[in-house]
Design a protein around this ligand. Structure first.
Ligand code: SF4
Length: 331
């Protein structure tokens, strides 16, 4: 999809029906480049389709359509700070009064230091509790750089969270990570379940902590209790009782560097078949977006990928997502 593609008539804007929506929040897929090679990342598991970096032109085009989007997360399938227009886009959105969240691996703090006051929250994905564990998981000797970045984030932003993916077979690593967080004192610690991108990947699927793992759940709760910072425990799906509670197609518009959009929060990236900010005058309400939203609203998962996504067990609605919660919840 090129940026000069003609704009279709606003057919869907005038469609009747209860499923039309305005996006309250946006995830900007800033770049498909990354500086790490994490073992459990989608990139390593099933690969990604490379997309161009996000541009200010795309962001402006999106806001022309939906000026009331109040929250922007700079995230995506790569490391957002590597996008050439990262700083320009952050400044633009901050000056427009938007709540701005950065999800980062912490390796390149460079331009973040120049953006003091722009971010409402910085969420650092922590991939190890020391140099050896970080290098083993990411393939990059970057732990010391991440610790340096954390100090920069603390000076740049009042809410600096840490996220960590729990390996249920290595709870000793979780304890060590908590020891590190006791020293770092993040505004909040978010523990995540691993995502399984390929249902036939039985090894990775077995890593997902489900409601049946009662001993693991109790052990994690025990490790987390009594900390001096808030801790969000992972979502635990129960495959026996699918809730089909994800409402992502009402909650978020994802946009990539082609201007393609999507509405899944975890597994299905933007694609031109869902919509495009240049092609569609009301891109959040194309016939395909309306179809997928309608499925969610009546309790049917929109994608095959939903079957083992913890978004379907009460963690796919607007309020359950940290980066769309009231940011004042972080101290
Ligand atoms: S359940 Fe997961 S895969 Fe399905 S739409 Fe929601 S976030 Fe995406």
């Amino acid at each position: 999809m090129t940026q000069s593609a003609p704009v279709n008539p606003s057919r869907s804007r005038h469609m009747s029906g209860a499923c039309r929506a305005e996006p309250p929040a946006c995830t900007l897929f800033m770049t498909s480049r990354c500086s790490l090679a994490c073992a459990w990342c989608r990139r390593a598991k099933i690969g990604i389709n490379p997309t161009p970096p996000m541009t200010l032109t795309i962001v402006r085009r999106l806001l022309d359509q939906y000026p009331d989007i109040s929250v922007f997360a700079m995230a995506g399938q790569g490391e957002p700070t590597l996008a050439p227009e990262f700083a320009d886009i952050a400044r633009y959105l901050a000056q427009a009064g938007k709540v701005l969240i950065l999800d980062t691996n912490g390796v390149n703090a460079g331009s973040v230091a120049e953006l003091k006051g722009s971010f409402s929250r910085i969420s650092l994905s922590l991939y190890g509790y020391d140099r050896a564990s970080f290098t083993a998981y990411t393939g990059f000797d970057g732990f010391d750089a991440v610790m340096d970045s954390y100090r920069v984030y603390r000076e740049t932003c009042s809410q600096v969270c840490i996220s960590y993916i729990v390996d249920k077979d290595a709870l000793q690593d979780v304890r060590r990570m908590f020891d590190l967080c006791d020293a770092l004192q993040p505004s909040r610690l978010l523990l995540y379940n691993p995502l399984c991108y390929d249902d036939s990947d039985t090894v990775q699927k077995a890593k997902v902590i489900t409601a049946r793992d009662e001993d693991v759940i109790a052990a994690i709760a025990d490790i987390a209790v009594g900390r001096q910072y808030p801790v969000d425990l992972p979502p635990y799906p129960d495959y026996r009782t699918p809730l089909n509670s994800c409402r992502s197609y009402c909650a978020v518009i994802n946009v990539d560097g082609n201007g393609n959009i999507g509405g899944c929060l975890r597994k299905v990236p933007p694609d031109e078949r869902y919509g495009n900010v240049f092609r569609d005058a009301d891109c959040f309400n194309t016939p395909e977006m309306l179809r997928l939203r309608r499925r969610q609203m009546v309790g049917y998962p929109p994608h095959p990928e939903c079957s083992n996504c913890f978004g379907n067990w009460g963690y796919g609605d607007y309020r359950s997502l940290l980066w769309k919660k009231d940011v004042s919840q972080c101290g």
